[in-house]
Design a protein around this ligand. Structure first.
Ligand SMILES: [Zn+2]
Length: 301
């Protein structure tokens, strides 16, 4: 009996290694391996819930949430994709002029680079936390890569902070500041998505982890703990298709998108996955705590 169990484990372990050597998750190909392949990145948009669409390129998410009063856009991608993103919004049947709010997860260019153009097309209000508005303003004043002109950025518009909320079109969004990845980071909870009329609670964690520094690592601990306190999350709207260790078997957003395409009536919705989200939050807490220890060692403390 013992030998049987052991050999089963060996076979399972072998097939996992074999599979991972053979195929790279689609989300990783988009986010990492072919991140600079512009034409490849222009993947087909897809409907995720009755009121939610993925309209971004393959490496960075742009989520379009529709309501009876207009739409809310989460993040905006960056050039050279912005006109194409606007085209995607039209393609899924939404007039960009109906976008009333653009919610920016954090002040990195891949998320905020399209905000100015999409704001002009839509007339939407743009939301970010103060610290990341500062980053956005800095981006606008610095020349781009290889001497290119500074990217066009939106003017500081709505400044949100911890505990603020936005009630609009039947949505009761609640905002948290979860710094670490950047000095701001806007996390949105309470996003109501519907599958055949059945409601689910979604979250958009505006950026996990940190990018070096003891203070930033300590912030990322506090932020991960804050996200862990948010109960009842059923759907995780990742800001990138692939997050490396989001806990989803072999990938992230795009793998779920593929499953959604071939979903049969009565099958569970592949994006409704509270357990994987809870595991990801737990792992983020553990990693943040570890990072603090490492940064302390580095600093000789
Ligand atoms: Zn970032």
């Amino acid at each position: 009996m013992r030998a049987f169990v052991c050999s089963t484990i060996v076979v399972v372990a072998f097939s996992v290694v074999f599979a991972s050597a053979q195929t790279e998750p689609l989300s990783k190909t988009y986010r990492v391996t072919r991140a600079d392949d512009v034409e490849f990145q222009k993947m087909e948009s897809f409907k995720v819930f009755d009121n939610l669409y993925y309209v971004g390129p393959g490496y960075v998410s742009v989520w379009l949430l529709t309501t009876p009063q207009g739409s809310i856009l989460f993040d905006t991608a960056q050039e050279p994709y912005v006109d194409w993103v606007i085209g995607n919004i039209r393609k899924v049947g939404v007039d960009p002029k109906t976008i009333k709010y653009i919610i920016l997860s954090h002040g990195h260019l891949d998320h905020v680079g399209g905000a100015a153009k999409i704001q002009e097309v839509s007339g939407a209000r743009v939301l970010a936390v103060a610290e990341d508005w500062k980053m956005i303003e800095d981006l606008a004043s610095r020349p781009g890569q290889r001497g290119a002109a500074a990217p066009r950025m939106p003017k500081r518009d709505m400044v949100v902070k911890e505990g603020d909320s936005l009630n609009f079109g039947g949505q009761a969004l609640k905002f948290h500041q979860t710094p670490g990845h950047t000095p701001g980071v806007l996390t949105t909870e309470g996003i109501a998505v519907y599958d055949g009329g059945k409601p689910y609670k979604a979250i958009l964690w505006g950026g996990a982890g940190y990018r070096g520094g003891l203070a930033e690592a300590e912030q990322s601990v506090t932020s991960a703990n804050k996200v862990a306190q948010i109960k009842g999350v059923q759907v995780n709207l990742q800001i990138h298709s692939w997050a490396g260790d989001d806990g989803y078997p072999g990938g992230g957003v795009l793998e779920r998108g593929v499953m959604l395409k071939s979903r049969k009536p009565g099958d569970p919705h592949p994006f409704v996955d509270p357990d994987t989200f809870a595991r990801w939050v737990k792992r983020s807490q553990d990693e943040a705590a570890k990072a603090v220890e490492e940064e302390k060692k580095k600093a000789g403390k």
